[in-house]
Ligand binder design. Sequence first.
Ligand code: 4NP
Length: 162
Amino acid sequence: MTSQVSKKKILFVCLGNICRSPAAQGVMQQMVDEAGLTDCFEIDSAGTAGYHVGELPDRRMRIAARRRGIELDHHCRRVTTDDFSRFDIIVAMDESNYRNLRELSPSDEGDRKIVRMADFFNPDTRLRHSHVPDPYYEGAEGFELVLDLLNEGCANLLNANS
Ligand code: 4NP
């Protein structure tokens, strides 16, 4: 009989699911693949709002990620109640996402799965950035900052779970 090692399932969540969380999904997937851990993780993303359901990530985020060798091809979806049982870790990009997730969570077990991306920033970064800022209404530098923060947070998240 073969033993099946269960995958660690991580869901990244922001408001629109077209900027921060699909970028986090792409950054984390690239790190997992480069570490040879593709079979050990399932990584997805979703939004608490439904403005862009079905769409590809924001073009500005796709361009910024592509410059770092990451293709973002996720199609926007909303968080569902099932996500709280299906995933092991649910990572909120900011405090508003965190609060929305706590409201959507159907159980104490679901509540315990919700964490903040900033929990995985290095301490010096955390002094300057309490969350992953929404780049939607920002210029190109906002997208670069998001990718820098996600790189650091995802590296620490991966270390903590592998
Ligand atoms: P995200 O950014 O939450 O990082 O995907 C946003 C995308 C779209 C909107 C807001 C934030 N919007 O209002 O449409």
